[in-house]
Design a protein around this ligand. Structure first.
Ligand SMILES: Cc1ncc(COP(=O)(O)O)c(C=O)c1O
Length: 360
């Protein structure tokens, strides 16, 4: 299996910890271990007493229970814990797809959502979400893209980088199509809980469709990327068992302190999500005031922690900002998007200072 370089992650490897103003991060503001433990009385003592042996391959039962608490119908034994959300993307594409299978992927997108499928030998069909349609993917177009060999649809909502939340009627239409054709629905929901208006949230795919796999992580909505804890929820026992067996060749099991801290976080998921959402909305208002005078246009995001902005000569502008001011936006080409677009990350406290550096 030969994977292309992950362009966004290679870009971050160069710039994430080197630039002065990182204005493109997709994870929300993090916190210290002590700040997280303060959410749960007695948790600090549990962490000190945490044994550092191997952990249960499927994930600690308390963590799986906390994950199931995020869903309506999924039970703890219908969850599987991984190291971040990246690992289950890799695992799912490997266990579910055969060479020659067709996969339809919403684009632009986070690269692993199509690249792993391609490297497995599947035929990837891009399903473009267009700026002129508020970045909403069109279910009628999806229907037209389906072929006899199509096995899987890949969606991401709230979406990275556009911040689009798929509308409820479109989401229902996607699920109906997947069900009618018996397709997998791989639903990347790593920004779930960050809908700007919680009333706009569509159901988790795994709650409404028996062949759906919902993907989650502590990294984005909960601001805890360093825990490296992600998961899937699915009511398909066969795919869950195959994923568990595949994980034996990857991380085997998760970090014990990471699992304990993730359990604390997910018990307090609503508070942590509210903290991140407040910051995203504050930064969105700041960016709104900043954009027009700088010739920038964008579709207002409705969820997630990022937006996808555009500007004349946007690619050159971003390069100049990077080299002259140490301000880093993520170029659109890293998501398979228009090169004069760029991703703006709204989840960090340092956002205002970054905009000030550009104004200066
Ligand atoms: C859409 C999407 N899926 C998956 C991931 C991977 O998340 P994690 O850091 O938990 O591995 C990311 C990270 O940026 C993402 O944006």
């Amino acid at each position: 299996m030969k994977l292309e370089d992950f362009a966004l992650e290679r870009f971050f490897a160069r710039h994430e910890f080197a630039v002065k103003h990182l204005l493109c991060a997709s994870d929300c503001e993090s916190m210290t271990t002590g700040e997280l433990l303060a959410y749960e009385p007695g948790a600090a003592e549990l962490l000190v007493d945490q044994r550092l042996g191997y952990t249960e391959t499927l994930g600690h039962p308390a963590l799986r229970t906390a994950i199931a608490g995020l869903y309506e119908r999924v039970k703890p034994d219908q969850t599987l814990v991984f190291s971040g959300a990246q690992e289950p993307i890799f695992a799912f594409m490997n266990v579910a797809l055969e060479p020659g299978d067709g996969v339809i992927v919403q684009v632009p997108c986070y690269q692993s959502l199509h690249e792993v499928a391609r490297a497995v030998g599947a035929t990837v069909t891009p399903w473009p979400a267009r700026e002129s349609e508020q970045w909403q993917p069109d279910p009628d177009e999806l229907k037209r893209l389906c072929r006899d060999n199509t096995r899987c649809i890949v969606i991401n909502s709230p979406h990275n980088p556009t911040g689009a939340v798929i509308s409820k009627d479109r989401f229902d239409a996607i699920v109906a199509l997947a069900r009618a054709r018996g397709l997998w629905l791989f639903s990347d929901e790593v920004y779930r809980g960050l809908e700007h208006d919680p009333a706009a949230r569509h159901p988790a795919a795994c709650d409404v469709y028996e062949r759906a796999i919902s993907l989650g992580t502590t990294a984005k909505t909960y601001g805890l990327a360093g825990l490296r804890i992600g998961w899937i929820g699915t009511r398909d026992a066969a795919v869950l068992n195959r994923l568990a067996a595949f994980k034996d060749y990857l991380t085997i099991c998760n970090s014990a302190p990471g699992e304990l801290l993730a359990t604390v976080a997910l018990k307090h998921h609503a508070e942590l999500a509210a903290r991140s959402r407040a910051l995203v909305l504050e930064n969105l208002a700041r960016f709104d005031a900043f954009a027009r005078p700088h010739g920038i246009s964008y579709v207002k995001p409705t969820g997630g922690s990022t937006l996808f902005a555009g500007r004349a000569q946007g690619e050159r502008w971003c390069e100049e900002l990077l080299h002259m001011r140490g301000v880093c936006f993520a170029p659109g080409r890293l998501f398979g998007g228009d090169p004069d677009h760029f991703r703006v990350g709204l989840g960090r406290k340092s956002f205002a200072a970054g905009l000030e550096a550009i104004r200066a």
